[in-house]
Design a protein around this ligand. Structure first.
Ligand SMILES: [Zn+2]
Length: 89
């Protein structure tokens, strides 16, 4: 795994995320439509975003192997686009 997807698009990084941050889901989720802008919340078990399963914890997307702090599967969201909008991924 790496800090970017196979097309070179950088993943979001844990140090950049906090309660209220926005990220964009890639097409790899069964529980989040591809390209959806997702709001990040700080819950009792860490950062998560709401999904069809309930809470999708970002720690489950962590790239522990090369310590890039990448949140694999989520991209940084572009400025000015609200949560819930699909922008493509
Ligand atoms: Zn989920």
């Amino acid at each position: 795994m790496a800090k970017a997807d196979i097309y070179g698009r950088d993943w979001a990084r844990f140090p950049d995320l906090k309660d209220g941050s926005l990220v964009v889901a890639d097409p790899g989720f069964d529980c989040i439509p591809a390209g959806t802008v997702c709001e990040v919340f700080d819950g009792p078990d860490g950062l998560y975003t709401p999904c069809r399963c309930g809470r999708h914890y970002l720690e489950g997307q962590a790239d522990h192997r090369d310590e890039t702090d990448a949140v694999v599967g989520f991209y940084p969201a572009p400025a000015g686009v609200p949560a819930g909008v699909r922008i493509g991924a």
